[in-house]
Design a protein around this ligand. Structure first.
Ligand SMILES: *[C@@H]1O[C@H](CO)[C@@H](O)[C@H](O)[C@H]1NC(C)=O
Ligand SMILES: *[C@@H]1O[C@H](CO)[C@@H](O)[C@H](O)[C@H]1NC(C)=O
Ligand SMILES: *[C@@H]1O[C@H](CO)[C@@H](O)[C@H](O)[C@H]1NC(C)=O
Ligand SMILES: *[C@@H]1O[C@H](CO)[C@@H](O)[C@H](O)[C@H]1NC(C)=O
Ligand SMILES: *[C@@H]1O[C@H](CO)[C@@H](O)[C@H](O)[C@H]1NC(C)=O
Ligand SMILES: *[C@@H]1O[C@H](CO)[C@@H](O)[C@H](O)[C@H]1NC(C)=O
Ligand SMILES: *[C@@H]1O[C@H](CO)[C@@H](O)[C@H](O)[C@H]1NC(C)=O
Ligand SMILES: *[C@@H]1O[C@H](CO)[C@@H](O)[C@H](O)[C@H]1NC(C)=O
Length: 477
């Protein structure tokens, strides 16, 4: 008897202290096959998976899904340990979040039709490693990342994003947060993400979750931006007060050092019918070139973040064309490029990206890429600024009111983005000029199944939508 009790004790302690995993909805991570590539060996499939952020899941009183757990409910969540004991995190059905995967492709939708109206789901997803337990850490210093994207259904004010955050690989798993990455905890970014739960625990002291962020892709059919953001700390860390803000007391660079071809004066480069024709899918290649003179080894200091596109069998380099005229065939960084064709220290200095430079600049970003970062996919719009920094005024051809979410949902509610064929590895190994992406959106069947006239899909819970509007409004630049 005594023996059996002793054997059961660790389990009982776990139940008493750990935030629980709900049983109402099983969590089935969507599969998304990706590839890693080497110059010598070609590309190899990886059976990676996706997981949605913890905040887009129901988190409720144990056994009672009708009572949400929030830090405002001081009975359930007066402190982290009590909250963890009282509350459970549920699985989600990914279709209900506007997410569909098919082989190597994932489609994200901003809105879903519930039979009466379109409601915002605005999913954010993380790439899980093959173990399904931890995030995949991409170590891209001296490497490149490629993917195909279809932005044809993404108009003014929308942002279909693919980026990296230096999250903890385990999702900041802890005794009080045993689910960790498996349930999408541990998000952080260079805006010092400030929400009701951080690392799976209630945020009771108004902290923000900060970390280095590399915005590889924030774009719609009209405009595109690539923006590194640095922070003073390593990995994921908490800020409080002025540390979380934009002043010189801030620990992260909120504005970043961004490259946007339209802002650089190239108004005919990116868009419908332009050099990169956004009415059709294309391949996006992002190279993180180091100054070692041998970028393929991955060692060395990050000197240039270079963008290439591949469409209809042609490689298109980001313009304006840097002074290194041999750029396409070269794996050497063009460190003196201040033209806006690439992100370099010279460009960021000319652009007066003072917070980026103060918080480490290219060296800081390269160190984060060397340690490893987590791949994030999202789709969002913003009631706060209508995404004008991305596609309006100096940044793009959109009017400064076309990105109003109320207008988007009324006029083009079926907005979506599809990312596919995600691969990373040695410089030059992840793309072939001769291979063009498919012309048709891979997930056309899913998109039409949720057309207004089609079958009504699932609706997100009201709490999910509230949470989503919180994170979409805090992220910017
Ligand atoms: C807070 O939690 C208590 C205990 O479960 C519950 O009775 C109450 O309804 C909750 N309050 C709110 C506002 O949800
Ligand atoms: C806020 O709470 C977190 C989690 O309990 C803790 O790690 C952090 O040190 C606290 N911050 C301050 C400023 O007290
Ligand atoms: C976090 O967000 C709340 C609510 O928007 C705000 O009042 C608070 O100042 C923010 N805290 C930090 C540290 O940014
Ligand atoms: C670059 O690194 C690769 C891999 O280690 C090595 O095979 C190659 O010889 C190096 N090239 C130069 C020029 O150092
Ligand atoms: C650079 O930006 C800082 C504020 O971030 C400002 O004080 C300074 O005047 C700017 N310098 C130039 C040359 O624009
Ligand atoms: C849009 O631009 C007009 C003209 O410059 C300005 O008056 C208005 O405040 C702007 N609106 C928004 C939402 O930025
Ligand atoms: C590029 O083409 C070669 C030769 O056909 C092939 O072996 C390789 O897998 C291709 N790489 C990619 C990334 O498609
Ligand atoms: C694209 O889709 C259309 C309509 O579904 C189909 O007829 C056509 O064959 C597709 N083209 C390719 C290249 O898959």
């Amino acid at each position: 008897m005594a023996f059996r009790l002793a054997a059961a004790l660790p389990f009982l302690l776990l139940l008493a202290h750990a935030q629980k995993i709900g049983t109402a909805v099983p969590e089935v991570h969507p599969k998304l096959v990706t590839q890693t590539c080497t110059t010598s060996g070609g590309c190899v499939d990886r059976q990676t998976l996706l997981v949605t952020d913890a905040l887009s899941r129901p988190f409720h009183k144990v056994g009672d899904p009708s009572v949400p757990c929030t830090p405002l409910n001081t009975t359930l969540c007066p402190d982290a340990a009590t909250c963890a004991a009282n509350c459970e995190l549920e699985g989600v059905e990914y279709g209900s979040l506007g997410v569909l995967t098919a082989g190597r492709a994932v489609t994200l939708r901003q809105y879903l039709f519930d039979g009466d109206a379109f409601t915002s789901v605005s999913p954010r997803l993380y790439l899980l490693a093959e173990d399904g337990m931890n995030y995949e850490l991409l170590k891209l210093n001296g490497q490149e990342l490629s993917y195909d994207v279809d932005v044809s259904q993404l108009g003014c004010g929308m942002n279909g994003a693919l980026y990296l955050s230096e999250m903890d690989a385990s999702g900041s798993r802890s005794d009080l947060n045993p689910a960790g990455a498996q349930y999408g905890t541990g998000y952080c970014d260079a805006q010092c993400f400030n929400v009701s739960f951080i690392n799976g625990l209630p945020n009771l002291n108004n902290s923000g979750a900060c970390c280095n962020e590399m915005d590889i892709w924030e774009a719609n059919a009209m405009a595109t931006a690539m923006t590194p953001h640095t922070c003073s700390g390593v990995g994921s860390f908490l800020c409080s007060g002025d540390e979380c803000g934009k002043t010189d007391a801030g620990v992260c660079d909120h504005d970043g050092c961004g490259v946007n071809p339209f802002r650089a004066g190239l108004k005919d480069f990116y868009g419908p019918g332009k050099t990169v024709d956004t009415t059709k899918p294309f391949t996006v290649v992002t190279q993180f070139l180091t100054d070692s003179g041998n970028a393929s080894t991955g060692s060395g200091t990050l000197a240039e973040i270079r963008r290439l596109y591949v469409q209809d069998g042609k490689v298109i380099q980001n313009e304006p064309v840097p002074s290194n005229t041999n750029q396409l065939d070269s794996t050497s960084p063009n460190v003196n490029d201040a033209s806006g064709g690439s992100v370099t220290q010279a460009f960021c200095t000319a652009a007066n990206a003072s917070q980026y430079l103060r918080l480490g600049g290219m060296d800081g970003m390269g160190a984060s890429l060397e340690r490893g970062m987590v791949l994030v996919f999202s789709i969002w719009n913003s009631a706060g600024d209508f995404m004008n920094w991305l596609d309006s005024g100096e940044a793009g051809p959109c009017s400064n009111t076309s990105g109003d979410p109320a207008r988007i949902v009324a006029e083009t509610p079926e907005v979506s983005v599809t990312f596919s064929n995600i691969r990373w590895g040695d410089i030059g190994s992840t793309f072939n000029a001769s291979s063009s992406p498919l012309r048709n959106g891979t997930n056309a069947a899913f998109l039409s199944s949720n057309a207004k006239s089609g079958t009504a899909p699932h609706t997100a819970a009201a709490s999910d939508i509230e949470v989503n509007s919180v994170y979409t409004s805090v992220e910017c630049g």
